[in-house]
Structures are given as C-alpha cells and as structure tokens.
Design a protein around this ligand. Structure first.
Ligand code: ZN
Length: 201
C-alpha cells in the first residue's frame, strides 16, 4: 500500500511541470500588437498581470543579439518595472508599488525539448520537431506581475494607458478587472488609451 501511495504522489508532481509547459506553448500563439492586462482588487491590494508579445514591447521576439537589441531590452525592462508610469491611476487612490516582476518568456525555451530532439535525432533522422521548435523560438513574450498597495482603491475611477506611449508596437490590451463584487472585461486601444472604471471598483 505504501508503495502505491508513493507512485500517486510522484505522478502528480510530474504532472505540474507539464501543465506549465502547456501554458508556455499557448504564449507562442500570441497576436502581435495584442496583449492582456489582468487587474485584481482585493481590499487595498491591487494585483496586476501583463502579458504582451515581445514585438509590442521591443519590436523583436528572438533573443537580443546586437548591442542595440540588448539596450532596447534593458530599457523596456526598466520601464516595465514602473507600472504607475505605464498605467496611470488617480493619485487619490494612494497606490504604492510593493512588487514588480518582469520576465521574458521564450516560446522556444524548451531546453528539455531540445534534448529530446537530440535523442530522437540519433534514432530517427526524419523527425519534424525541429521545425516546430524553430517557429516557437521566434515568439518571445513578456510576462509581468505587479503588486500595489492602494490606501483608497475605490478612487481607482480610471486608468490612463501611457503604456501605448512607451511601447510603439502595442495596439491594444484586453483588460479584465476582478473585484470582490464583480468581474468586468474591457478593451483599451492605442486610439482610446483610457479605461473608465467609475463604479467598477
Ligand atoms: Zn510573436
């Protein structure tokens, strides 16, 4: 009995990374110009999650190679760590940034997949995974999470998206706002970069 319990636990643990892997693959299917912003308000805590194609933020999605690309990436990461400059919340809400985490997720960063491919190559020269892998690797995406503390979250009556001024390739964001009372979805575009949240929070 003890041995079979151990097997179950191990298989659950093994399933977790493969789920993360699936999420990763979905990121590869992004639409350029199109990102998502999820905002969750729980009392004074405002959590924000941004997902955007590398194309929107830095104009390329392969790994930074030239000095110019590396500088563009460093600049973008610095800009992304300051959400209150990108997503302008009324001062009356008294929001302060408590945490920012910027990640560049590589669509082709499947190190284990590469190893599998190398193994497969030894046995089977006709495998077509190589092509798929190359396609994915050209679609890096940014995944950014923020935690804000807002003394008066009810005063978040609008958000001005200077995000579009900062990142020339960004065209629109699908925004979801979740509060303890409701969940609302919005579309914010470069043409109309303001989100009216009066009464929503
Ligand atoms: Zn892409």
């Amino acid at each position: 009995m003890k041995a079979s319990t151990l097997v179950v636990v191990l298989s659950v643990a093994a399933a977790a990374p493969s789920f993360a892997h699936e999420e990763h693959r979905e990121l590869g299917a992004h639409v350029h110009g199109h990102g998502t912003l999820n905002i969750a308000v729980e009392k004074t805590r405002v959590s924000i999650e941004l997902e955007a194609p590398g194309m929107d933020i830095v104009g390329f999605e392969h790994s930074a190679e030239s000095a110019e690309q590396k500088a563009a990436l460093a600049k973008a990461k610095a800009q992304l760590t300051d959400p209150l400059a990108l997503f302008k919340i009324p001062a009356a809400a008294e929001c302060k940034l408590s945490d920012a985490k910027v990640e560049l997720e590589s669509g082709g960063e499947h190190a284990h997949g590469k190893d599998e491919k190398a193994d497969a190559h030894d046995h089977d020269h006709g495998d077509k995974d190589g092509h798929d892998h190359d396609g994915k690797s050209a679609h890096n995406a940014f995944h950014v999470t923020y935690a804000l503390e807002c003394a008066k979250p009810e005063n978040i009556t609008s958000i001005a998206f200077d995000y579009f001024k900062a990142f020339a390739g960004a065209k629109e964001l699908d925004v979801s706002v979740v509060t303890e009372k409701a969940q609302n979805k919005f579309e914010v575009t470069r043409e109309k970069p303001v989100l009216d949240l009066a009464g929503a929070i």
